[in-house]
Structures are given as structure tokens and as C-alpha cells.
Ligand binder design. Structure first.
Ligand SMILES: Nc1nc2c(ncn2[C@@H]2O[C@H](COP(=O)(O)OP(=O)(O)OP(=O)(O)O)[C@@H](O)[C@H]2O)c(=O)[nH]1
Ligand SMILES: [Mg+2]
Length: 191
């Protein structure tokens, strides 16, 4: 993280998990979105979908005790529908961290999130990741089960209502802690 380059955070996950909502909740800049009406059976879940990206930005101030200072963050939301997945690779380029959003109340969302977790782990194996779970009825009781279903460690799961600024901010702070830890390690390894 440098003063000049904003930290690049990608927001991914399956159709309808709340990616556009998450970007809009956090962004202090006007959000650029690419919503189009859905034309298939997914209209039962919602009527529009992201076809290219969402872009927003904000100035983050660290909570007490954070290892990072105030800086700019750029947010890049991906499409969720598989047919637009060619955008994932483009948006993932040079990202500093990413979140995978999943809707725990829909089994299709969990199954698709598992594939997305695997695809992004392949694309960016060393980039810090957080899995944000919306509509999670029983976080304490189903944590291990959901982690196994998603193919991710339990520690990377965090409940998050993407409509809620406090939830979204808390998640972003945890991810930025991870970004900072990794950048500290890289500096130590540089001769
Ligand atoms: N009740 C409830 N609604 C939620 C929650 N999380 C997201 N939503 C709603 O679910 C919808 C998610 O829509 P989007 O933000 O467009 O989802 P998306 O992931 O960007 O969808 P695509 O771009 O089409 O893949 C919005 O209407 C949110 O308000 C939650 O935790 N509780
Ligand atoms: Mg969207």
C-alpha cells in the first residue's frame, strides 16, 4: 500500500449474493455500475445483473490499533453470472485483496461460490481473501459445515449484511489487515 496507488479490492461471488450492494454501501465516490435486465430464469432471484463491473472508491481511516494508515481503496465488483466470468480474470489483475460474497440461504449460491473460491485461488493463490456470508441464519452452528461446502478454512468466513455500512466496513478492515500483513512479509523478503 502506498500513498499514491489506491489499494485494489475485488468483490466477487455468485449471482445475487450482494456484490453490487457491498460496493455501493462502502463507496464514497459515485459508483459506476453496469446493470442490465436479466433475460433468463434467474429473474426469480432479481431483475437485473452486473454484466461487466461495479466500480467505487473510498478513503479509509484505520480503526484504533490497525497496522495500516489512512489511504484510498478502489472497489471492483465482478459479474456473478458464469457467462460473464471472462471479466473475473481482467478484474483480478493486480488486485491487493478480494472478498467472495455468498448467500447462505440459497444452496445454488453456496455451490457457485465454491467454484468461484477455487477459480480465484487459482488466479491469485497468494492474495488475501475473505469469504463474506450474507443471510446466514446460524453462524455459530453451521460454520464448519459451510466452510467445508465452500472449500475454505473456517477462519476466512465472516458474516456480513452487504447493505449494512458497519458490517461492510468491519469486513473491509479485516481484509486490509491481511493486505498489510502480506505487504510487510514481502518487504522483509526483499533484499
Ligand atoms: N435481506 C437481506 N437482503 C440482502 C442481504 N444481502 C443482500 N441482500 C439483497 O440481495 C440483493 C443483492 O443484489 P446485488 O447487490 O445486485 O447482487 P450482486 O451480487 O451484485 O448480483 P449480480 O451482479 O447479478 O451477480 C439486494 O437486493 C440486496 O439488498 C442480506 O444479508 N439480507
Ligand atoms: Mg452485481
Amino acid at each position: 500500500m502506498t500513498a499514491s496507488a489506491p489499494t485494489k479490492i475485488v468483490v466477487t461471488g455468485p449471482f445475487g449474493a450482494g456484490k453490487t450492494t457491498f460496493v455501493s454501501t462502502l463507496s464514497q465516490d459515485p459508483v459506476v455500475s453496469t446493470e442490465r435486465a436479466v433475460s433468463d430464469a434467474t429473474v426469480a432471484v432479481k431483475t437485473s445483473t452486473t454484466v461487466a463491473m461495479d466500480h467505487g472508491g473510498l478513503h479509509v481511516t484505520p480503526p484504533p490499533g490497525a497496522s495500516w494508515g489512512a489511504h484510498r481503496v478502489g472497489l471492483f465488483g465482478t459479474p456473478g453470472q458464469q457467462r460473464f466470468s471472462f471479466m473475473w480474470t481482467m478484474l483480478a489483475r493486480d488486485m491487493d485483496g478480494y472478498v467472495v460474497l455468498v448467500d447462505a440461504s440459497r444452496s445454488e449460491s453456496v455451490a457457485q461460490a465454491r467454484d468461484i473460491v477455487a477459480a480465484f485461488a487459482d488466479l491469485a493463490p497468494y492474495v488475501p481473501r475473505l469469504v463474506l456470508v450474507s443471510r446466514w441464519a446460524d453462524p455459530a452452528g453451521t460454520r464448519a459445515e459451510l466452510a467445508a461446502a465452500l472449500g475454505t478454512p473456517v477462519q476466512s468466513l465472516m458474516p456480513c449484511d452487504p447493505r449494512d455500512l458497519a458490517d461492510a466496513t468491519a469486513a473491509l478492515h479485516v481484509l486490509l489487515d491481511g493486505v498489510q500483513t502480506l505487504s510487510g512479509r514481502k518487504k522483509q523478503q526483499t533484499p
